[in-house]
Design a protein around this ligand. Structure first.
Ligand code: NAD
Length: 371
């Protein structure tokens, strides 16, 4: 196991992977710190009944690397990290379980800061907060930032405007047909922004109640979940699951832009080239869906919703930069985003090489001397 973990870490170039277990509470967790060039690694904790330890490890390595890219592309001074807890969120939760997890997180001394992800809610984060400061997404009375989804939706909306400008030369959404997959936290907030801007929105969700509730509140159409991806529209906004752009769907798409919140929308990186060849403009997922991360980041500096909103609006410009590089270098928008990330990591990494009396290492050394 040890050898294969190190080999996997090397494959994605991870800095650190930590395993935690506690027999008393049944806690089994893995924290992966991918890269801390830009700052402490931040990423949520996912709780899932993984079939094998290997599945959990694969997920945490993949997700933590994604966080490095998302933070770097958003211009945040954060590294990439993620935690997974192997367990069933419906069965294995308790106060002691999450307090123990919080204690473990605390031992990392701020190299990793956690938050909510699939299977973890704000109550669980509050239990962690009893034991560690290194958690964001907590209640607002503790200085927390609340639900990130409206910020993610706002970022996607800004990204859609950038795509409009690039593809159609204007940002007027009146009459523009937009298909949204998923009427969850992000999809419903996004649909509302789009409808208010005059777009003709069609939405689908496997949860009929959810989508019908939304249709009562907003002027939009409802479609079948198995048709929404390939139905004709101007813009497709995937806001449900990953890998919706795949070998089966790519030739069936009838849209001009793909711009949505879902993580890992492309089954393979090569699908970005295929979208380009079909003349479909793709907004790389980790660039357009960074609004939620931008929002929780504000907790580290003292939460301000106004600043979170201002920075989230910057996603428009981040995407414009990606499109510019894609055009200049004749590479896919996905490769252009990766290029921007690598360049930022390289530049800041170089700056970190220069000794500064304000550097954190010096402070650490002074603390060590006193101890
Ligand atoms: P959510 O769980 O609130 O909503 C997802 C919705 O998608 C649910 O209503 C679900 O029923 C629906 N769904 C699942 N499979 C479907 C299918 N095949 N067809 C149609 N609908 C389907 O999740 P969310 O927070 O809205 O996140 C949506 C996506 O955005 C996810 O991929 C998530 O990883 C990503 N994302 C979310 C945030 C955030 O702030 N919440 C931030 C970044 C990225």
């Amino acid at each position: 196991m040890t050898v294969s973990v190190l080999a996997k870490m090397e494959e994605y170039d991870h800095e650190q992977v930590v395993f935690f277990q506690d027999k008393g509470t049944g806690l089994k967790a893995i924290v992966a710190i991918h890269n801390t060039t830009l700052g402490p690694a931040l990423g949520g904790t996912r709780m899932w009944p993984y079939a094998t330890e290997e599945d959990a490890l694969r997920d945490v390595l993949r997700l933590s690397r994604g966080m490095t890219y998302k933070a770097a592309a958003a211009g945040l001074n954060l590294g990439g990290g993620k935690a997974v807890i192997i367990g069933d969120p419906k069965k294995h939760k308790s106060q002691s379980f999450f307090r123990m997890f919080g204690r473990f997180i605390n031992t990392l001394g701020g190299r990793y800061i956690t938050a909510e992800d699939v299977g973890i809610d704000v109550n669980d984060a509050e239990y962690m907060y009893m034991e560690t400061d290194y958690v964001v997404g907590i209640e607002s009375n503790h200085g927390g930032s609340g639900n990130p989804a409206p910020f993610t939706a706002l970022g996607v909306y800004q990204g859609i405007l950038a795509c409009m400008k690039k593809k159609f030369g204007h940002e007027d959404l009146t009459g523009i047909r937009i298909n949204v997959q998923g009427a969850g936290s992000v999809g419903s907030n996004l649909a509302e922004l789009l409808v208010k801007s005059g777009a003709k929105v069609t939405i689908a969700d496997i949860d009929k109640e959810r989508v019908e509730g939304l249709a009562k509140r907003l002027e939009l159409e409802v479609a079948e979940p198995n048709q929404i991806i390939t139905m004709p529209c101007d813009i497709l906004a995937p806001c449900a699951m990953g890998a919706v752009i795949n070998d089966r769907t790519i030739n069936e798409l009838q849209c001009q832009i793909v711009a949505g919140a879902a993580n890992n929308q492309l089954e393979h990186d090569s699908h970005a080239d295929l979208l380009g060849k079909r003349g479909i403009l793709y907004a790389p997922d980790y660039v357009i869906n960074a609004g939620g991360l931008i929002n929780v980041y504000q907790e580290l500096e003292g939460y301000s919703p106004e600043r979170a909103e201002r920075m989230t609006r910057g996603i428009y410009y981040n995407l414009m930069r990606v499109f510019e590089i894609s055009e200049d270098q004749k590479i896919s928008t996905r490769d252009a985003a990766d290029y921007l990330v690598k360049r930022r990591l390289d530049k800041i990494g170089r700056a970190n090489n220069v000794y500064s009396p304000r550097s954190k290492n010096l402070l650490e050394n002074i603390h060590n001397r006193r101890a």
